[in-house]
Design a protein around this ligand. Structure first.
Ligand SMILES: [Zn+2]
Length: 331
């Protein structure tokens, strides 16, 4: 993944400003249901641990002393989340405006590199290319691009949002509509992918187990998600845009490994191909007038285009970016 891009390409500034008011609405909705939130143990290792790391929007973020992951507890139930995602004006705005405005950049810089990566891993680990499923297919761009390669015989997706599922079908993609946890899928796949999904899930353990049930033996699973130990998230903490009430789980290298191994997977690779840490720190520091250590200010703000670029590459290569990707194989 050598394509470089900045945050403005995929989240245009103008639209982001408008989006903020819708975000506020979503946060208020979740806060209004706080009385029905439930306490959970660590979603990765299962250890109970109720030390609050910080609060944001009156929601508690817990850091697990055992595996290091950050998670929301008490958290919204599956029912509250269902209501949230079907009524969210923020998602509607994203789907109607932000995504269409940035669709082609995303195709070029995010989805096509992902397709290439998956094909590389299939070859590297000698995985059969009969059937692939994407959990959380969204607008179907990944599936569309994978279909174009003609490498897999069959490609399908799971999508819970009705109009997105329809968009995928209109583009010729077979779709299971609903949440993977609630759908009875009879077929099995050689490859499953889920991009930026697991952080939203009430029970990551159920989610991964369900995926294990629909994979063939030696089937490959690729996940991407925010890394709590990554540069921008661990530095910015509650100021990080990635830390918001709908992201319930912030895995780390150690915690995702524990979760996958518990569900019968062998972890093959954990990488952080992120490009945006320095950009995100720069924007967040300017927007909130945040004070960060001088040396980091120099790298991310004053020398963003020179030292900052090299620093981003360093983060990427040393598993320190906030955008994490795992490749695992079902044993
Ligand atoms: Zn843990």
């Amino acid at each position: 993944m050598n394509v470089t891009f900045n945050e403005n390409d995929i989240r245009p500034d103008e639209l982001v400003k408008k989006q903020e008011q819708y975000c506020q609405h979503d946060i208020e909705f979740l806060k209004s249901r706080k009385g029905s939130f439930v306490e959970v143990a660590c979603p990765a290792c299962g250890k109970a641990n109720q030390d609050i790391c910080f609060k944001k929007h009156d929601i508690d973020y817990i850091e697990c002393k055992n595996c290091g992951m950050l998670y929301i507890s008490p958290r919204p139930t599956v029912e509250i989340l269902g209501e949230y995602y079907s009524n969210s004006p923020n998602y509607k705005f994203f789907n109607d405006y932000i995504f269409p405005a940035s669709k082609e950049v995303r195709r070029e810089k995010i989805f096509i590199p992902r397709v290439k990566k998956i094909l590389e891993y299939c070859n590297k680990y000698k995985v059969k290319k009969d059937k692939l499923i994407e959990i959380g297919a969204g607008f179907g761009i990944f599936c569309e691009e994978m279909i174009k390669t003609k490498e897999f015989q069959e490609i399908c997706g799971i999508e819970a949002t009705e109009n997105l599922a329809q968009t995928c079908r209109n583009n010729g993609i077979k779709i299971y509509e609903g949440l993977i946890e609630n759908i009875d899928i009879k077929e099995k796949f050689n490859v499953a992918v889920a991009f930026e999904v697991i952080e939203h899930i009430f029970s990551p353990k159920n989610f991964i187990e369900k995926i294990a049930n629909i994979l063939e033996e030696n089937g490959l699973l690729m996940l991407t998600f925010p890394n709590w130990e990554g540069f921008d998230i661990s530095l910015l903490r509650e100021y990080s845009g990635s830390v918001d009430p709908e992201h319930l789980n912030y895995f780390t290298k150690k915690s995702i490994r524990i979760l996958l191994e518990k569900s019968g997977f062998e972890v093959l690779e954990i990488i952080t191909p992120g490009e945006l840490d320095v950009d995100i720190v720069l924007k967040t520091v300017q927007k909130n007038n945040l004070s960060i250590p001088k040396i980091l200010h120099k790298i991310c703000v004053e020398e963003r285009d020179t030292t900052g670029k090299k620093f981003q590459n360093f983060l990427k290569e040393n598993c320190l970016s906030s955008h994490m990707m795992t490749i695992a194989r079902l044993k």
